[in-house]
Ligand binder design. Structure first.
Ligand code: CA
Length: 427
């Protein structure tokens, strides 16, 4: 089943309470104002009854939660209509390693293979005061109520659909309490709630490759992967890849339009080389990593800087809005790109060269990125890695034509429109 699984962090009152002091200090300064979204990509998806392999040498924590499942396409849903978009609910397990920071994306903690089993769907009369019970090996270990969530399912649908169009079958995980229980090899975990099919999974130490689920290809994106760009933003280059995931709603094609939201100060383009995975990659070495690459393409990874908050930077509101990621559909085979680490990237706005760089200046090169990701999650054919952008960012306005190109790979054209122009184009 193809579906996007969105999840929200810090949505339980116990989490806010524990983190409040830290959130008034650096690097956060203020508590989050909007939901802190993240994505559980397809390699994490599992079903009731599946055996889940635990990573060795790391503690995995259970995350019993409620999933709301969308019934139809949802875009800019109003609060009074939110219930119409709910197909039903399911129990889910938002498995995670320890969360020690909300400052950076946490894909190493949250996006490992099998880290998101979801049970069967059912209708619920009242999802707003549901007791969710976790049993480990038949003994109750945790019980919490959805009454203690900061935002309920309807409020989350409204908030997410404001900038991301959701599809029938898409899922939102509603959050977890601060307290999490460790799961160990050999444990059987059952999550129960009145009125819903229970969710049972056994945990194994066998990391053997399981059949990977169908689903939307995962689109990874790199933050601060060109040293000159990191300096431009006043950051040090990161010590390990800063990778986040974008949902498929954000993608659009060549010669398409991208919406600049009203009442913002700064929205910028980002010319990027995109790596397309060609065969299943798990725990591959840097030396062999390029063998798993099908080829390359180009994207423009726009960002709305105004929406940046110091949480899970960059949040989906900044980076995964509808139309914000034009992507060239043509994939240039790897064999036709002799040296992927020596390609010029350029961005032209209305014909004027604004951004210029070369893939030799990547902090983490393509082979490293494929290998690094494959150490903790299985990459599948069609998965893509947008490898970051060099310096030279500037604001774009409705009416601007933006062209990004990567030498020998492709040229992608796109036009900026206002919200009003876009709404009229949909009529
Ligand atoms: Ca980027």
């Amino acid at each position: 089943m193809k579906r996007s699984v969105f999840a929200v962090a810090l949505n339980h009152v116990s989490q806010i309470a524990v983190w409040d002091d830290a959130f008034h200090q650096a690097p956060y300064q203020t508590p989050p104002k909007t939901p802190v979204w993240f994505i559980k990509p397809r390699n994490t998806h599992r079903a009731h009854g599946d055996v889940i392999g635990l990573p060795q040498g790391l503690t995995t924590f259970n995350g019993a939660t409620l999933a709301v499942v969308l019934s139809k396409t949802a875009r800019k849903v109003m609060p009074e209509n939110a219930a119409d978009y709910i197909a039903g609910y399911a129990l889910a397990n938002e498995l995670s390693l320890a969360e020690e920071s909300f400052y950076r994306p946490a894909i190493q903690a949250k996006c490992r293979d099998g880290f998101c089993p979801i049970g069967d769907i059912a209708a619920l009369a009242d999802a707003d005061a549901l007791e969710i019970i976790t049993e480990i090996n038949g003994v109750e270990q945790q019980r919490w109520s959805t009454a203690d969530l900061q935002r309920n399912a309807a409020q989350l649908i409204v908030a997410l659909s404001d900038f991301a169009t959701l599809q029938a079958g898409d899922v939102i995980l509603l959050g977890t309490p601060q307290e999490r229980i460790a799961v160990n090899v050999g444990d059987t975990v059952t999550i129960r709630a009145a009125g819903l099919p229970s969710l049972t999974n056994r945990f194994s130490g066998d990391a053997a490759l399981v059949e990977q689920p169908q689903g939307y290809p995962t689109l990874f994106a790199l933050g601060l992967n060109y040293a000159d760009h990191a300096t431009e933003l006043d950051f040090k280059a990161p010590e390990q890849p800063l990778v986040f995931i974008k949902a498929p709603n954000t993608l659009t094609g060549n010669d398409a339009v991208t919406v600049r939201p009203d009442n913002i100060e700064y929205m910028h383009y980002e010319a990027e080389l995109v790596v397309v995975i060609g065969k299943t990659a798990r725990d591959v070495s840097r030396e062999q990593a390029l063998d798993y690459v099908e080829g390359y393409t180009v994207c423009n990874d726009y960002a709305v800087r105004d929406y940046l908050e110091n949480y899970y930077r960059p949040n989906l509101r900044v980076k995964s809005r509808d139309t914000l990621t034009p992507l060239l559909e043509t994939i240039v085979p790897r064999a036709r790109v002799p040296d992927v680490q020596n390609l010029d990237l350029k961005t032209f706005v209305n014909g004027e060269l604004r951004q210029s760089g070369n893939t030799r200046d990547m902090v983490f090169d393509v082979a490293f990125l494929v290998s690094w990701l494959s150490q903790f999650m299985t990459l599948q054919p069609g998965d893509m890695i947008a490898t970051g952008t060099p310096k030279g960012l500037s604001d774009v306005q409705p009416g601007d034509e933006v062209v990004v190109e990567v030498e020998g790979v492709g040229r992608l054209t796109n036009r900026i429109v206002s919200e009003q122009q876009f709404e009229e184009s949909l009529k």
